[in-house]
Design a protein around this ligand. Structure first.
Ligand code: PBG
Ligand code: ZN
Length: 336
């Protein structure tokens, strides 16, 4: 027996964890996890118009923005301390085709946004671009179709072209979200061949076939026209497979890895954290955001406290970066 009586007997023991919780200053001294502005990445949905703001009904507080409105938003967000953005493009309907070639057009909203941000902010705002075809294909799948299924290797060629276009425009990191095998290597080689070896890759290495992407697909008009994404995104039952995906992408040259979604997959974040030395991002996805907003609108939850707790939990699980639609409001309203 040790001399410390910590058992549930009637005499309290010498060890009293509550001493460390007694005052706010003591609590802050021994706090293990913090969430600050530099940990957050703000996603943006870019319209192909110069101006415009379209509310997304399933994501209160988030809008699709025209080019000028987007630039104004980034300027405002920067004053709050947001230094990183993740960009998604919404091409004109007539630019969607079978192979997603619209992602390469000079008028593509992502390419325009990246160039403008680089001109305005140089390296003061870190630019991540989502590299995928689903918003650019007329069928809504993340790659080329052959006999109704997404064909892996032909898709790699287009993904690498898109990544190079984003990088030439000035992206700091390209973030492939398609879940094709071998895409990190294909993109790394294409970037290097183009003299873009400084541009990094944030790989959506561990991306599940999740129902939490529903609001995003409304926002980005990227739902598959037929079928689902289970043939390329991961089965939510699996965690060993997450370690395999993470190791592959690391070996292929990824600079940072991502787990997505975040809250329903905290165990996966923790497992990946313990199996890589790379920085790890977690994507607090659209459905996870919408759940909180809906409950808060009804007065069922204290939004400020729940958002803080959710973001803390994602960081505590092991994420360095959190991609979250809550970023702006959390900083604006001092929730962290
Ligand atoms: C595109 C992509 C998706 C998300 C990020 N990139 C949707 C999907 O895979 O269907 C989801 C983001 C979110 O839900 O917030 N491949
Ligand atoms: Zn996609």
């Amino acid at each position: 027996m040790t001399s410390n009586n910590t058992s549930g007997s009637s005499t309290p023991g010498r060890v009293r964890p509550r001493r460390l919780r007694r005052t706010p200053v003591i609590r802050s001294m021994v706090r293990e996890t913090v969430v600050h502005a530099e940990h957050l990445v703000m996603p943006h949905f870019l319209l192909h118009h110069d101006r415009g703001e379209e509310a997304i009904s399933s994501m209160p507080g988030i809008s699709r923005l025209g080019h000028e409105d987007f630039l104004r938003q980034v300027a405002d967000d920067k004053k709050l301390g947001i230094r990183a953005v993740l960009l998604f493009g919404l091409p004109a309907e007539e630019h969607k085709d079978e192979g997603g070639s619209g992602a390469m057009l000079p008028e593509d909203p992502v390419l325009r946004a990246v160039s403008a941000l680089r001109r305005e902010y140089a390296d003061e705002v870190v630019i991540f671009t989502d590299v995928c075809l689903c918003a650019y294909t007329d069928h809504g799948h993340c790659g080329y179709l052959e006999n109704g299924a997404v064909a892996n290797d032909p898709t790699l060629v287009r993904l690498a072209e898109v990544a190079v276009a984003h990088a030439r425009a000035g992206a700091h990191f390209v973030a492939p979200s398609d879940m094709m095998d071998g895409r990190v290597a294909a993109i790394r080689d294409a970037l290097d061949d183009d003299g873009l070896s400084d541009v990094g890759i944030l790989s959506y290495a561990v991306k599940y076939a999740s129902s939490y992407y529903g609001p995003f697909r409304e926002a980005a008009d990227s739902a598959p026209g037929h079928g689902d994404r289970k043939g390329y995104q991961m089965d939510p039952s699996n965690v060993r497979e997450a370690l395999k995906e993470a190791a592959l992408d690391e070996a292929e040259g990824a600079d940072m890895l991502m787990v997505k979604p975040a809250l329903a997959y905290l165990d996966v974040i923790r497992a990946v954290r313990h199996n890589t030395q790379l920085p790890l991002a977690a994507y607090n996805v659209s459905g996870e955001y919408s759940l909180v907003k809906a409950a808060a609108e009804r007065g069922w939850l204290d939004e400020a406290k729940v958002v803080h707790e959710n973001l803390q939990s994602i960081r505590r699980a092991g994420a360095d970066l959190v991609i979250t639609y809550h970023a702006r409001e959390a900083l604006q309203r001092d929730w962290l």
